[in-house]
Write a protein that binds this ligand. Sequence first.
Ligand code: GDP
Ligand code: MG
Length: 453
Amino acid sequence: MFENLTNRLSDIIRNISGHSRLTEKNIKDAVHEVYIALLDADVSLSVVRIIISKITKHALGKTINREFTPGQELIKIVKHELTLTMGDANSKLNFAVQPPAVILMLGLQGTGKTTSVGKLGKFIKTKHKKKVLTVSTDIYRPAAIQQLEKLAQEAGIDFYPSHKQEKPIDIVNSALKQAKIQFYDVLIVDTAGRLHIDDSMMNEIKKLHVAVNPIETLLVVDAMTGQDAANIAVIFNKILPLTGVVLTKVDGDARGGAALSIRHLTGKPIKFLGVGEKTDALEPFYPDRIASRILGMGDVLSLIDDIKNTANQVQTQKMAIKLKKGYKFDLNDFQEQLKQIRNMGGMNNMLNKIPGMNQLSDNIKLQMDNKVTARMEAIINSMTLEERAKPEIIKGSHRRRIASGSGVQVQDINFLLKQFNDMQRIMKKIKNGGVMKIMRNIKGIMLPGFPNS
Ligand code: GDP
Ligand code: MG
């Protein structure tokens, strides 16, 4: 997420850390570099100017606190300003209305509206414990309605069937009626996008808005489009009273421009980030955590949330009990851990949230991508039950059989068994430890890289 910007800012801060104190000259140099880095990240010029003038004012006006180095001092100031630019706190969904609370999702085509409906529905169901119905009014794009049906099914939420022959306005009216009859808490309405903003789309959205009277009107924009996303938000915000923004595809190489510009340009908060294609790849937006991540300071709080949300609590408990009773950590347990890492968006997603980890070379990061954990899982799948329970019996001929069974080299099996042994040692040490401890240790042993990846 926002890797380029993060690397640039980390460099600037490292540079100024070499000085023994903040002087007017080195502050000005550093601030100028921050200015360029923000522009390169496609942050809107007016926003960059404001951020920079505030940083300069604070940095120059500061009676330098002897406890902090210039690098720490600057990072504090920059973090504070980046945070304020994105809003001061997490902005939650509003449900304070006679149910069903209607959430209207809109945006240009391909930004991730339909995907976000599925993610949001799942989030509201699991986090807020609400009964959620979804409906699609996208009668234009072939298979758009079926796409939502499939996503709703994956997300475990209900779907109100609509048909291409119906008018969007009739669809929402009957979905709303159904939601009331069946006591749904929330109705999420997916709408049709267009490639560009045009009058017919805007008119349709306005009519739907009047018909459903939503408590939340969320605009979905694509972070990959940088400040264009912010400009589109400005236009939509003039036509409809938006209550928030969902910023999607921040898992790609988005540059940060949209995240940093939207709040300032529209006055509306980003409420969620889309961080992948799966239905659980949605994160509530916390300005201070994102500022930390942008500055390469990590985001341990979100990582803990991820672990709490995704780690399979039942499996984790089972494993803890088993280990406490003195049973050995075996390959089945190892495979379960790999699965959980994958569910959390893979090793890279986790590493990016750990302070300092953004500075790992891309080469190392590549070696830890999902391919690696998926391959390790595949190898374990090719083992017999006995081998999984008693890894020490896996000798030469076993290794060759497993390698050909899972389509890898014998050295890959050796590598996996070494990783497993390391993990087993760690598990012995932290028998009574929590998931966090386990995760901290996993990081250490995954680093050496997987051969042939
Ligand atoms: P819509 O036209 O606005 O409804 O967009 P869709 O929901 O159909 O999404 C368009 C494409 O973007 C699909 O391939 C999605 O899987 C993908 N997509 C949506 N959100 C995200 C995200 O947060 N990250 C990534 N990587 N892809 C996403
Ligand atoms: Mg769609």
